[in-house]
Design a protein around this ligand. Structure first.
Ligand code: CP
Ligand code: NVA
Length: 308
C-alpha cells in the first residue's frame, strides 16, 4: 500500500519521481484556467476524502482542486462534524471510509492518529500535516526550489525560528535529497533530537547553530514558519515570541545568505513576526510559488498513492 505518511517513510527514488512528474504535469497545463481538466484523467472514477481536524486554506483547496483537475471527486470533511470527533475510533473510521473512498488525506494532531488510520485503512492515506510533520509542504517547497534554481542536492538550506513540524519534514528531506540543513533557533525550540539523529544516521548533514547570522552565511535557501503552530497552546504565545524574536528573518539576515538565495515560508505568515514584509514580499521570496506548487506536488503524490 502506497501510504504517503512521511518523507522518511517514502523511498527517495519515489520522491524524486513524484517531483519530476509534478513538474511535467504543471508544464502540461500552463496557461489554462485553474478549473480546466488535465489532458490525462488518472483519477477518473476515484473518490478522495479530505479530513481536517485543524484549519487549512492551502491544503484544503489545493487537494480539492488537484483531484478535480485529474478527473476525480472529492469530499472535504471536518473532523468535528464526523463521529470521529465524538468518540468513534480512528480504526473504525478507517475501516468505514475504506468502503466508500479510494484515498484518504488527513490533517490531524497526534502522529499516532495518522498511523492508526493508515494501519486500519484498506486504501492509501496521505499526511496533510500532524503536530510532528508536514511532508506535502516539503515536496512543494523542493519543487519550487528546483524550478527557480535547479537541483537541490548539495545546496545549503537554513531554517530560522521554531523547530516545528514543517522543519521536521525538511530535516527528513535533507537525507532523501542530499542537501545540507542548518537549524538556527533557541535551544528550547530545537527540532526533535530523534528526527535529527535519524537524518544524520541516513547520511544527512544537519547542523544546529545558535547564532542566526553565522547560520545563514552561504545559504542557498532561508526558510521560516510561524512561531506558534496550531498545536501550540495560546498561553505559550508570549514566551515563544520572546524566545524566537532574535530569529526573525529580516533584510539584514537575508543579506548574509548567498546573493541568489531564495526565501520560503509555508504560510500562513504572521507578518512582522517570523519574517518582515520586506522579506516576504521581497525579490528573493517565492512564497506564492510554494503555495501554488502544493497543487502540483500533491497531484503527483496522489498518483503515486493510487499507482495511476
Ligand atoms: N501551508 C499550509 O499547509 O497551509 P494551510 O494550513 O492553509 O493548509
Ligand atoms: N507549523 C504550522 C504550519 C501550518 C501550515 C502549524 O502546524 O500550525
Amino acid at each position: 500500500m502506497n501510504h504517503f505518511l512521511d518523507i522518511d517513510r517514502t523511498d527517495p527514488a519515489a520522491l524524486r519521481a513524484m517531483l519530476d512528474q509534478a513538474a511535467a504535469m504543471k508544464a502540461a497545463r500552463a496557461g489554462r484556467p485553474r478549473g480546466a481538466r488535465d489532458d490525462e484523467q488518472p483519477l477518473q472514477g476515484r473518490m478522495v476524502a479530505l479530513i481536517f481536524e485543524k484549519p487549512s486554506t492551502r491544503t484544503r483547496v489545493s487537494f480539492d482542486v488537484g483531484v478535480r483537475q485529474m478527473g476525480g471527486e472529492s469530499l472535504v470533511l471536518s473532523g468535528g462534524e464526523m463521529q470521529l470527533g465524538h468518540g468513534e475510533s480512528i480504526a473504525d473510521t478507517a475501516r468505514v471510509l475504506s468502503r466508500y473512498v479510494d484515498l484518504v488525506m488527513i490533517r490531524t494532531f497526534q502522529e499516532a492518529a495518522l498511523h492508526d488510520l493508515a494501519a486500519h485503512a484498506s486504501v492509501p492515506v496521505i499526511n496533510g500535516l500532524t503536530d510532528r510533520s508536514h511532508p506535502c509542504q516539503i515536496m512543494a517547497d523542493l519543487l519550487t526550489y528546483e524550478e527557480h534554481r535547479g537541483p537541490v542536492t548539495g545546496r545549503k538550506v537554513v531554517w530560522a525560528g521554531d523547530g516545528n513540524n514543517v522543519c521536521a519534514s525538511f530535516i527528513q528531506a535533507a537525507a532523501a535529497f542530499g542537501f545540507a540543513f542548518t537549524f538556527t533557533g533557541p535551544e528550547a525550540h530545537e527540532p526533535d533530537p530523534e528526527i535529527v539523529a535519524a537524518a544524520r544516521g541516513r547520511g544527512a548533514r544537519i547542523e544546529i547553530e545558535r547564532d542566526p547570522q553565522t547560520a545563514v552565511a552561504g545559504a542557498d535557501l532561508v526558510v521560516t514558519d510561524t512561531w506558534v503552530s496550531m498545536h501550540d497552546g495560546a498561553e505559550s504565545r508570549a514566551a515563544r515570541h520572546a524566545a524566537l524574536s532574535p530569529y526573525r528573518v529580516n533584510e539584514a539576515l537575508m543579506a548574509r545568505a548567498r546573493p541568489d538565495a531564495l526565501f520560503m515560508h509555508c504560510l500562513p505568515a504572521h507578518r512582522g513576526e517570523e519574517a518582515t514584509d520586506a522579506v516576504l514580499d521581497g525579490p528573493q521570496s517565492v512564497i506564492f510559488d510554494e503555495a501554488e506548487n502544493r497543487l502540483h506536488a500533491q497531484k503527483a503524490i496522489m498518483r503515486w498513492c493510487l499507482d495511476v
